[in-house]
Design a protein around this ligand. Sequence first.
Ligand code: PMP
Length: 357
Amino acid sequence: MARVFNFSAGPAMLPQVVIERAREEMLDWQGSGMSVMEMSHRGKEFMSIAAKAEADLRELMGIPSNYKVLFLQGGASSQFAMVPMNLLPGKGRADYINTGSWSKKAIAEAKRYGQVNLAAETSMTCPAQDALQLSADAAYVHYTPNETIQGVEFPYVPETGDIPLVADMSSTILSRPIDVSRFGVIYAGAQKNIGPAGLTVVIVREDLIGECLEGTPSMFQYKTHVDADSMYNTPPTYAWYLSGLVFDWLKNDIGGLDKMAEINERKAKKLYDAVDGSGFYANPVEPSCRSWMNVPFTLANADLDATFLEEAGKQRLTTLKGHRSVGGMRASIYNAMPEEGVDALVAFMADFEKRHG
Ligand code: PMP
């Protein structure tokens, strides 16, 4: 078997033990005589899988009891619309922090439903708390703790007083412990740190669930999904199951989010040290806001990009091409990327520099 170190930004690597477990249970889940893919979402087998996944996620993240956890479809992109549809009523305006490509998409969508105040706008860094121009009457403050494309990550959680803080955590959720009680809504597409594509996790504080903008479809109302325990319609059952296996891995194999954070910090440091210690590679992000999960870097000579990618591929280091809007390289090193993968990349980069630098 020849698995690669896949540095994709998402869908991304899953822990090998999770895939192996899914393989073992593929034809016959725990004596049920069927695959999880074939189960009714309302049957007792799937209900137990769903409940365990939620309980494990709650334990891992320390989600307080006054928060609901939803397992939805539609991706983080649907949340760009669901957040304003569910949170704007009464106020009509919200604050947004723009730190990169995904912030911009969230802002563009919110503008369809209400007034957006830009609380801060930065490039290749994130704003300091005292630079945030927050409005007193905003329905919520939205930000992107980790910009997957630029590799910009907030080293702090913005303080917004009584105004609910909404976070698109798609590419940082579960990478480190967070204090969920600081947030009104947290959402994330699953395909980076949670599980396979097709599932979107939304964590929403109870008091924010209720009235929606007029005309909001049932499927876009948090209340619909809260009232039906995420089973208003057929949920993405297999993705939910696999995500549950990932939560189990984080809890029992890794030992929780404190441990995961230690590993992630170490992996990121190795890669940034390799970039900074060379005269050949460069990362454009202000050091205090560098992402632990997505590490973009350029080569001194862009003409060598194709050679770099080709040679890396031969070493089983794949999907390192940077996002088309940024160029260069990007190594996404989510939870499931083993430290050996980062070590192999660092060694390859040094060798490449020696031969081509
Ligand atoms: N937000 C962020 C920070 C992302 O990284 C992505 C996906 N790369 C999205 C939103 C969009 O997610 P989805 O494809 O699940 O809609």
